[in-house]
Design a protein around this ligand. Structure first.
Ligand code: ADP
Ligand code: TRP
Length: 337
């Protein structure tokens, strides 16, 4: 039976952190065994807000290396860079011309991000969801693993594909584009900030102590966990609405130790913070060690890394150019003469 196709991506906007790993990339690693998987570094999305030139190029390469260090196997998955595949921008333009502005005005993430940008809001930021629709629809995937915050963008991609492409341009009920399903990551894998258990851990949090990046050295991990917000209670527990920090740290402990929630609770329910924090720090350090050493190997062999990306790009190009041509034909853009 043909494997279902999966496509997802992360923006190269900073060092990946525990949340990106446990909430996104770890799921991709599991998916690659039984699916036809494509993972993209979405650098064109990153430039929808201002980026430092040198940092962006470094982050793009390091994000690709981190995918592999976390377990994405280049023999099973195609790893590619969004800006290397010109079909993304081409399809984005076509979709722009077919997407009503009032669909876009409903996008919650745009409103949130635009507020942060003040006077400096680009058209690209407004158009971000259409580019994401192009990213997705070009590959005709069955499933798109995304976090809860991306659900609305995926719904937009589905609506554009169905209402603006398939039903307008598909002859004889032909589906020009596949309507993909969102694969919303398990709630349990949402990692919260170390400073505030009610906010998610994020690359864009100005306080670097709020997150553990996958490249943090052991002493920094210990320091960050020791500094993490706590409360006056003794004993770790889940699901106490007054103790979001306890829930978050115990959740990280449970995921990284591969112990069930029940077993983790039993083990830690009487521990004070002073005992639990070093235990958690050691576990995080040990869990990141293999990732960090593989990352270093990859970054020390830029040629090897470049070859992996080249071969991912080739596969991505093959598939996306077919879809783009199909759409161009369907809407009346003539082929080269
Ligand atoms: P960030 O907010 O850190 O910039 P992104 O928005 O780029 O992260 O998200 C990249 C991927 O990582 C998405 O699939 C998102 O759902 C996932 N992700 C981001 N932060 C977390 C978190 N704290 N917990 C779980 N998953 C997360
Ligand atoms: N917007 C997504 C995020 O911030 C990243 C993204 C861009 C993406 N294009 C995509 C995710 C296509 C899945 C599929 O997480």
């Amino acid at each position: 039976m043909k494997q279902k196709r999966v496509l997802s991506g992360v923006q190269p906007t900073g060092a990946l952190h525990l949340g990106n790993w446990l909430g996104a990339i770890k799921n991709w690693v599991d998916l690659q065994h039984q699916h036809d998987t494509f993972f993209c570094v979405v650098d064109l999305h990153a430039i929808t807000v201002p980026q430092d030139v040198k940092t962006l190029s470094e982050n793009t390469l390091s994000t690709a290396a981190m995918y592999i260090a976390c377990g994405i196997d280049p023999k099973k998955s195609s790893i590619f860079i969004q800006s290397h595949i010109s079909a993304h921008c081409e399809l984005c333009w076509i979709l722009n011309c077919l997407t009503p502005i009032n669909w876009m005005e409903r996008m919650i993430q745009f409103k949130e991000k635009a507020l942060k940008q003040g006077d400096n809001v680009s058209i690209g930021l407004f158009d971000y969801p259409v580019l994401m629709a192009a990213d997705i629809l070009l590959y005709q995937p069955d499933l798109v693993p995304v976090g809860e915050d991306q659900k609305q963008h995926l719904e937009l991609a589905r609506n554009i594909a169905q209402q603006r492409i398939n039903s307008r341009f598909g002859k004889d009920k032909e589906n020009l584009l596949k309507i993909p399903d969102a694969l919303i990551m398990k709630q349990g894998a949402k990692v919260m900030s170390l400073n505030d258990g009610r906010n998610k851990m994020s690359k864009s949090d100005p306080n670097a102590n709020s997150r553990i990046t996958l490249l943090d050295p052991p002493d920094l991990i210990l320091k960050k966990i020791k500094k993490a917000k706590t409360d006056q209670f003794i004993g770790l527990e889940f699901n106490n609405p007054d103790r979001p920090e306890a829930d978050n740290l115990l959740n990280i402990y449970s995921i990284l130790s591969n112990k069930s929630k029940e077993a983790s609770y039993e083990e830690c329910k009487e521990m004070g913070w002073g005992m639990f924090k070093p235990l958690l720090a050691e576990l995080v350090i040990d869990s990141l060690k293999p990732i960090q050493s593989q990352y270093k190997e990859l970054m020390d062999d830029k040629e090897g890394l470049g070859n992996i990306i080249k071969s991912g790009n080739e596969k991505a190009n093959e598939i996306s150019s077919l879809t783009l041509q199909k759409i161009k034909d369907a809407i009346g853009l003539i082929n080269k003469l």
